[in-house]
Design a protein around this ligand. Structure first.
Ligand code: NDP
Length: 243
């Protein structure tokens, strides 16, 4: 279990898509360290031990309502935003429909933008903030059958770097975490043959656990990372070297 840094006080953290997978591991990591955590989920109940607000990141009103509710629950602004919600709709370029492309961009890129824009309001007021965008090794490495996904994930780098230039002087950082292959439902859907190919390309020779990503995200939200902004931090076992 993680312990809080001596200089750290409990922060208010919102993790989008924190009801499962990597987002859930991130939410649990912050909660275990004593931070005040809310996850967003689209339906049903939040996972045990966590509080949630309903949000669909493809809808600006829904994002706005979730942040307003979060601010009411916390009694202060969201200090740490982890924009994690994401989808894939893989298919080869020639077969990719406009809808396949646009829906992935709308969730992964515009969704992160909607959340960052709304979060920035409170962060500017609070004179502090940490924005962490969950990208993917695929964003800069490319991947056949994932033109939509890779485009959405690489664009998060430009988003984080522009936020850094706009808000860096206000004690707000914006960074990108680029996980490689992580054991979640998203990778669980991959055919066995593809999994074997990926494993042979990963210098570490294994997939990572969601917790390995979560710990890096928490580091970027902490006081030791105050001077890191606009960075792309890989958590990929060496797969994407050269980013
Ligand atoms: P999962 O498919 O397990 O979880 C995705 C999460 O995003 C779910 O909570 C889902 O909610 C949520 N979500 C999807 N669409 C929306 C939406 N429109 N509004 C709000 N929430 C939404 O994925 P992972 O945990 O594997 O991935 C998390 C992030 O990490 C993603 O951005 C992904 O691209 C990235 N990533 C994952 C890797 C991996 O190997 N798994 C590798 C690199 C990056 P719901 O439960 O309602 O569907």
């Amino acid at each position: 279990m993680s312990t809080q840094h001596p200089e750290e006080s409990a922060r208010t953290v919102l993790v989008t898509g924190g009801n499962r997978g990597i987002g859930l591991a991130i939410a649990r990591e912050f909660a275990a360290a004593g931070d005040e955590v809310l996850i967003t989920h689209r339906s049903g109940e939040p996972p045990e031990g966590l509080r949630g607000v309903i949000a669909d990141v493809t809808d600006s009103d829904s994002v706005d309502a979730a942040f307003t509710q979060a601010e009411e629950i916390f009694g202060r602004p969201v200090e740490v935003l982890v924009a994690n919600a994401g989808i894939t709709k893989d298919t080869l370029l020639m077969r990719m429909s406009d809808e396949d492309f646009e829906s992935v961009l709308d969730t992964n890129l515009t969704g992160a933008f909607r959340c960052a824009r709304r979060a920035a309001k409170g962060m500017i007021r609070a004179r502090k903030g940490r924005i962490i965008l969950i990208s993917s090794v695929v964003g800069l490495y490319g991947s056949p059958g994932q033109a939509n996904y890779a485009a959405s994930k690489s664009a998060l780098v430009g988003l984080a770097r522009s936020i850094t230039r706009e808000l860096g002087s206000r004690n707000i950082t914006a960074n990108v975490v680029a996980p490689g292959y992580i054991d979640t439902e998203m990778t669980g859907e991959l055919p066995e043959e593809r999994k074997k190919q990926y494993l042979s390309a990963i210098p570490a020779g294994r997939f990572a656990s969601p917790e390995e990503v979560a710990r890096v995200v928490r580091f970027l939200a902490g006081p030791d990372a105050a001077y890191i902004s606009g960075a792309v931090v890989p958590v990929d076992g060496g797969l994407g070297m050269g980013h």
